[in-house]
Design a protein around this ligand. Structure first.
Ligand code: GSH
Length: 228
């Protein structure tokens, strides 16, 4: 059975949503990143980047959330647009936009707002600004169409949902009114039974919740290794 290495964080949650939407049987294997499971040698063979999510499907190993979304969508032939150059081009553009822009900027915004040992106004402003800019681009697109690629729900919407459901965590509690179209999409997806099962998945396992020294050592390794 397909093995899904996960935690309740945004990138694994996109994949949990797609797995639940497709109905593919899978075994959910917790990787407790606050305890350092991501650095275990056995896990590094699956994801050398020491992050979640990753999947093992027979002899296929796939890591990086949007790569997994594409792999599973192609495998099941679900939640993809028409296979024309135009539609595939749009699919890839938005998937990569989320993977290389939204995700990293949103992640750094959360880091500098909540976890950095010093509050650095320049860093906070840069990442909140960029997070806001990326969410704004999604919002503008959704002002003109129901879903990211038009009339059909696709893996791009799932990739967006992973991060957009956390808009207040990324940008602050007052942010939602700026992104009404994006909020509509998030609410629509969150109301789906598959999304509710995806969000509930982490309750099947016990994950550490404290961000203590052990967690900081596991997740922010630059704190103990000066390279600059
Ligand atoms: N580009 C990767 C990023 C994965 C990632 O950053 N995962 C976070 C959770 S959302 C993680 O594993 N954090 C633990 C750590 O950094 O040690 C993807 O999209 O899967």
């Amino acid at each position: 059975m397909l093995k899904f290495y996960y935690s309740g964080a945004p990138n694994p949650m996109k994949v949990a949503l797609l797995l639940e939407e497709t109905g593919l049987p899978y075994e959910a294997i917790p990787v407790d990143t606050r305890k350092g499971d991501q650095h275990e040698p056995g896990y590094l063979k699956i994801n050398p980047n020491a992050k979640v999510p990753a999947i093992v499907d027979g002899d296929a190993i796939v890591f990086d959330s949007n790569a997994i979304l594409l792999y599973l969508a192609e495998k099941t032939k679900k939640f993809l647009p028409q296979n024309t150059p135009k539609e595939r081009g749009e699919l890839l553009s938005w998937l990569f936009f989320v993977a290389s822009g939204l995700g990293p900027f949103a992640g750094q915004s959360v880091h500098f707002r909540n976890y950095a040992p010093e509050k650095i106004p320049y860093a906070i402003n840069r990442y909140v600004y960029e997070g806001q800019r990326h969410f704004g681009i999604l919002d503008a697109r959704l002002a003109e169409r129901k879903y990211m690629l038009g009339n059909s729900y696709s893996i791009v919407d799932m990739a967006v949902w992973g991060w957009a459901r956390l808009v207040p965590t990324v940008l602050g509690d007052a942010a939602w009114p700026k992104f009404t179209h994006l909020k509509r999409l998030v609410d629509k997806i969150s109301a789906r039974p598959a999304a509710q099962r995806a969000v509930a998945l982490k309750d099947r396992h016990k994950f550490k919740t404290e961000m203590d020294d052990e967690a900081r050592r596991a997740m922010f390794r630059h704190l103990t290794e000066k390279v600059a």
